[in-house]
Design a protein around this ligand. Sequence first.
Ligand SMILES: Cc1cc2nc3c(=O)[nH]c(=O)nc-3n(C[C@H](O)[C@H](O)[C@H](O)COP(=O)(O)OP(=O)(O)OC[C@H]3O[C@@H](n4cnc5c(N)ncnc54)[C@H](O)[C@@H]3O)c2cc1C
Length: 378
Amino acid sequence: MANTSDIIIIGGGIAGTATGYYLAKAGLQVALFDKGFLCSGSTGRCIGGVRQQFTSESSIKLMMRSVELFAGMDEELGTEVHWHPGGYLFLAHDEQKKQAFLDNIRIQQAAGLKDVRWVDAAEAREIVPLLDTAGLLGGSYCPTDGQAYPFAVVNGYAQMIRKLGGRVHAFSEVGGIISAGGAATGIRLASGEEHHAPVVVNCAGPWAAEVGALAGIEVPVEAERHEALITEGVEYLGIPMLVDYRADGGYFQQFRHNGQFIGCYSPSPRVPGHSAGSTFEFLTDMPRRMLKLVPALAEVKVVRQWAGSYEVTPDGNPVLDRTELAGFYVLGGMCGHGFMLGPAMGQAMAAFVRSGAKEPPYPEFALRRQFGRAEAMK
Ligand SMILES: Cc1cc2nc3c(=O)[nH]c(=O)nc-3n(C[C@H](O)[C@H](O)[C@H](O)COP(=O)(O)OP(=O)(O)OC[C@H]3O[C@@H](n4cnc5c(N)ncnc54)[C@H](O)[C@@H]3O)c2cc1C
């Protein structure tokens, strides 16, 4: 039957396309649906940062795996994804932050991330000669963290799904989950068209809760607006992703492949909901925050701003699990880290689905866990 496959995936961002690719690669027939164009959700709105500096062993190891996957992706997907290990430098301007980073570095190194290290202000200046080090105590630096281009990665995965015999349906909103005898058997599009498969994976990013609700399943993921901007392209200056957690700080990096600076900051107070509206406040504030760290960027022009959603869980960790409805899985809630986690999490999700296991591979990412300890490097 034309509308029957082995796996249905809802969502054409990094989570859906990575999961779909690894399942298709294993010989399964995949049908992927997105209500908009591929990358129309959070993935196309993110700033492309990829880091291994986390504080739980699972996240660190998954990110080390993701970095390996990004490094081999051009060859694996047959397309240029602009992976560049340009590093991440987390900045500490007070003793408390310094101590927290030193503690995190110990956890990261114990988990196998040998490249991460503390650098004092002088070494930070050697790594980033344009950095304003006034008040800087030092930072947590990992040179094997990096960047990739989200649109290229998602398109690469989607092309491979098609090449391996799967189907990718854009502008196809899923409006219902079909089930029989306590098990998922397919989906119904908003248009009324039905597609059937014994496995349906919810990779709907900030809409994971809404898609779960289509099957009466509660998924604890909430959307939260985050804004971003990008500049014109200039000569590559070799600046790693700079992360400044101060109240008036932010995160930004320069894309190696086109010289554009791209950055964002976490709003305070939080802005819950699906709004993707941009503000004048962000447009004027973000460049000031960038200039505070790298004054030499004063002449670089901002060319575009936008907003998208983080997909937030109560503890800042993702969800990778089956649900109470047999055959209905969820991968999401990656809390602003989904692009970087996507390749390794997609691979893990594909292996979990194929195994048919009852228990998820990472108990701390279980759907019905106790939401306790929070990820500190948000
Ligand atoms: C400003 C900003 C900066 C960020 N920076 C980074 C970063 O540097 N590094 C990083 O790792 N992460 C970053 N993130 C987070 C990252 O973008 C997300 O964690 C990640 O993209 C989530 O991927 P996803 O595939 O789960 O969701 P999405 O990319 O949102 O994909 C979900 C898809 O599901 C589709 N969908 C929803 N409902 C339906 C339905 N009913 N039917 C069919 N399709 C449906 C949507 O259209 C969407 O395309 C950033 C996010 C923002 C907003």
